[in-house]
Design a protein around this ligand. Structure first.
Ligand code: SF4
Length: 360
């Protein structure tokens, strides 16, 4: 298993990672944030840091914010959507939403060949974010290098840490480009921005983030204490399974469904997905399938809000009553319906972009 800010490889042992990074289970807080979004009901979110601050703010109707970034190395896929869905969930609970689009990160870490590519991707995915249903009055989207106030904040925060701290947290070495080193401070600025004077001063902030990105949380927590801000809280969810068996990756379009995929193309990808099914229909009828290892089941769980329906699919799969070919066709129907609806909303959202942007 290899997990760091630029690479995730192998089978992820979430328990081991949580212990290593000091991440605690979210279980005891779930009752306090009911009614839950399906991502929480279905066990995708497993860990947290200082989440009690957020439940307290929700209970006492106090100001709080949620920050979740998007790395524009390509279009938005369902993995990104999980973060954005959590941000929307917190917005419904009263949070102001901040969505940094990290074109700098895409470039510094070699996820795109040119900064121009990252810029173009960043611009084209903003309508997708808006189309997911964020409230105009409580949403601030910004592109990292295009937002002077964020750069100014990063400049101020940079003097509150040292190269040796950044090196120890991220494991950088002499071959690391200086942009990647500075980006740690840039992301701290993304995370701490809601606590600046401009946004009403110190307050609880929650950051839904991948466990591979936890070093950024640790750095921003260190820095926050030095500038009189509240240490940011965080939540962690499981990575999605790739459609072709391994990890999902923007650079391998066959592994994921993008929100911009034509419904016909998405159908092809899902129909070719590796499932939790057996070698033959006969064996499947006898032994049943393994939905917990199935990317198609995962898409069902992210597309339907109906718990009973999902339970039925799971039972039918495990008992051998459900066969993968038919099951995929059923899932394709849900997926195409979702994409068609989303893409219509995306068209409308294109005209709304300026109203959601923090600056310019
Ligand atoms: Fe996955 Fe459906 Fe096959 Fe079960 S029947 S393994 S849920 S595709």
């Amino acid at each position: 298993m290899k997990v760091n800010v630029s690479d995730v490889e192998g089978d992820i042992d979430y328990k081991k990672l949580s212990k290593k990074f000091g991440v605690k289970s979210i279980q005891r807080y779930l009752k306090k944030i009911e009614p839950l979004d399906k991502i929480y009901r279905r066990g995708y979110v497993f860990g947290q840091r200082d989440f009690g601050r957020i439940t307290k703010a929700i209970r006492k109707d106090k100001e709080f914010a949620v920050v979740t970034g998007v790395n524009p190395s390509g279009p938005i896929h369902f993995g990104h959507k999980m973060f954005l869905d959590q941000a929307r969930f917190f917005q419904k609970k009263g949070a102001e939403v901040f969505i940094p689009v990290s074109n700098d990160e895409s470039y510094f870490f070699g996820k795109v060949d040119t900064l121009e590519e990252a810029n173009a991707n960043a611009k084209s995915l903003i309508p997708d974010i808006i189309a997911l249903g964020f409230k105009k009055s409580k949403t601030n989207i910004f592109i990292s290098t295009k937002t002077p106030s964020v750069y100014e904040l990063a400049t101020r925060l940079s003097t509150k840490t040292t190269f040796s701290s950044v090196k120890a947290i991220f494991g950088f070495n002499n071959q690391t480009n200086p942009g990647a080193i500075f980006y740690g401070v840039m992301q701290s600025a993304h995370i701490l921005l809601p606590q600046t004077k401009e946004f009403g001063g110190p307050k609880p902030v929650v950051v839904p983030i991948g466990i591979d990105q936890d070093p950024y949380i640790r750095l921003s927590r260190d820095i926050s204490a030095k500038v009189g801000f509240v240490k940011p809280s965080s939540t962690y969810h499981r990575f999605m399974l790739g459609l072709s068996g391994g990890k999902m990756s923007t650079s391998k379009p066959e592994t994921c469904i993008f929100l911009t995929d034509k419904p016909k193309d998405a159908e092809k990808k899902l129909m070719s997905a590796i499932t939790g099914g057996r070698k033959s229909a006969e064996e499947q009828r006898e032994k049943g399938g393994e939905p917990e290892k199935c990317s198609v089941f995962q898409y069902f769980s992210l597309l339907t809000d109906d718990d009973k329906k999902l339970e039925k699919i799971e039972k039918e799969c495990k008992s051998g009553k459900r066969i993968c070919g038919d099951c995929k066709k059923e899932c394709v129907k849900h997926l195409k319906r979702f994409l068609k609806k989303h893409q219509k909303k995306r068209k409308k959202a294109k005209k709304q972009v300026d109203k959601f942007m923090l600056e310019g």
